[in-house]
Write a new protein. Structure first.
Length: 489
């Protein structure tokens, strides 16, 4: 049998462009698939932030066009290779030469429907033009969810790759790509697709529904979340639709790229360390404290947060817990970007408690690494968490996760109090200040026992969430899809 040919489509891919976990996944899964023998190409927009850095990207094809109504929208295709993986960039400055990927702190860009509908059609055009002939096209989140729709309904343009199976991976149910109906003629979708059985969702056009309905299989990023999204509480209104696809719904947990996220190899931290010699960890802590001007004793617990500042992440729970956190003798560092209301609240707290609380508003990858290495505990009181990557990174750095038992957090963290042999962190049940503080108090009481804490650190550092296992699961799924008939023939 020849190599499995896979095309992965994502609106963000690390190291090129990143706002969250999707980029990490789309950057590292392809490399893992390649080392397991797949032939893989990845597509993303050519954003300003990609152009501004030197990745060695070269022109691949000029004079490409997406047919839209009676006119053609031109674009160019660029490429760079990492190992044998081709990363392809759709260049259309009108849409992608902007300061941010999706919008500013004030809100989304108003033309996101047009931008990402164009992106998906340009990807399909490019797959045809490059003769990639994929076995599977693997789309991710709403930004690439229209690929299966256009593939099915634009056979005159994309029929030559119609044999490809479609996988749609949901990284977050809450971001569905909902737009006013009026946008439909501008993105080449006829009125007949504005029905509850097709793309309509409570009087809006839903990009995500295209991914769920028209793909051969749907997956999400942990087994726990795959079950949760079938419930009303987590399904964000699409639980009924997902139930229809239950037999084609899979959960595959994300992996970690340990060449980027491991204290033994990390380029950004003050001193490297590993589980045989932890002395570097305290040096990283002191370095972080001095960089962020935290004035507490180096013996006191230092808590870290690196997060999109959104309701999902339970930032309000942390904010309201701060007086108690201070009473418990802890200090806190927060790195994040997101809703302006959280920016203000957090900055207010750092002014009120300047010795114990440091807040950095912004996206800062080197600082994210320093927080992973320098903190004692990592806080994730998420309301829901499809997979969560930071708790997995934290484990590797011996920074003990304190998490809410939900989705991928529940799947990957074993509570120390429930299982002293295998415990690798602390879990609490409800997304409220009381439960969160109880969890944190349990963590702090173990922290005070140096020997037990050290054992816990070593246990956490030994956990292995490398991509190889998850990539093998994806390959298994791609093969299942290939062995079945296409959903729409
Ligand atoms: P999500 O994808 O929901 O935002 P994940 O935990 O899956 O959450 O992944 C978040 C990723 O984004 C991690 O790699 C984390 O380090 C990174 N990240 C989030 N916010 C920031 C920030 N402000 N600066 C640097 N990295 C960040």
């Amino acid at each position: 049998m020849g190599k499995l040919r896979v095309v992965l489509v994502s609106s963000e891919v690390a190291p090129f462009a990143k706002t969250g976990g999707l980029a990490d996944v789309a950057g590292s899964l392809p490399l893992a698939l390649e080392s397991l023998g797949c032939e893989i190409s990845v597509f993303l927009p050519y954003y300003r932030q990609v152009k501004d850095k030197d990745f060695g990207i070269k022109a691949a094809k000029k004079n490409m066009a997406v047919k839209s109504g009676n006119s053609d929208i031109s674009f160019s295709l660029y490429v760079c290779k990492i190992k044998k993986v081709g990363f392809y960039f759709i260049e259309k400055d009108e849409y992608f030469d902007r300061e941010f990927l999706y919008g500013t702190a004030k809100g989304d860009y108003p033309d996101n429907a047009v931008r990402f509908s164009f992106f998906t059609r340009a990807v399909l055009e490019s797959i045809v033009a490059l003769g990639l002939n994929p076995d599977v096209i693997h789309c991710n989140d709403w930004q690439s969810a229209l690929v299966p729709f256009y593939m099915r309904h634009r056979l005159q343009d994309f029929g030559s790759i119609n044999n490809a199976r479609m996988l749609f991976t949901i990284h977050n149910m809450a971001y569905q790509g909902l737009f006013p109906k009026e946008i439909m003629p501008h993105i080449d979708i006829g009125d007949e697709f504005f029905t509850p059985e097709t793309l309509e969702f409570y009087e809006k056009l839903s990009f995500m529904k295209s991914g769920i309905i028209y793909s051969d299989a749907v997956s999400t990023v942990s087994k726990g979340y795959a079950k949760e999204i079938l419930t009303k509480e987590y399904g964000c209104g699409l639980d009924g639709m997902l139930a229809v696809r239950r037999d084609d719904l899979y959960g595959i947990v994300n992996g970690v790229n340990y060449s980027n996220w491991s204290p033994a190899a990390d380029k950004f931290i003050k001193v490297n360390y590993d589980n045989k010699n932890l002395s570097g960890k305290i040096k990283c802590k002191k370095d972080l404290m001095s960089q962020l001007k935290i004035k507490s004793s180096a013996d006191a617990p230092l808590l870290g947060v690196v997060s999109r500042l959104a309701e999902q992440k339970g930032i309000d729970i942390i904010v309201h817990s701060v007086p108690e956190i201070i009473k418990m003798g802890c200090s806190l560092v927060v790195l994040g970007l997101g809703d302006e209301k959280y920016h203000k609240l957090l900055i207010g707290l750092s002014k009120k408690y300047p010795k114990n609380i440091a807040v950095k508003i912004g996206f800062d990858n080197p600082l994210a690494h320093k927080i992973e290495a320098g903190c004692d505990m990592f806080l994730m009181p998420s309301r829901y968490e499809p997979c969560g990557l930071n708790q997995l990174y934290s484990l590797k750095y011996g920074t003990i996760p304190v998490v809410r038992a939900t989705g991928g957090l529940d799947d990957t963290i074993i509570d120390y109090y429930s299982d002293r042999t295998n415990g690798n962190g602390f879990k609490f049940m409800r997304a409220d200040t009381g439960d969160f503080l109880d969890g944190l108090k349990r963590a702090v009481s173990v922290y005070k026992n140096k020997k037990k804490w050290q054992q816990l650190i070593l246990k956490a550092m030994k956990c292995d969430f490398s991509w190889e296992n998850s990539a093998k699961e994806y390959i298994k799924l791609y093969k299942i899809m290939k062995s079945k008939n296409r959903r729409f023939s």
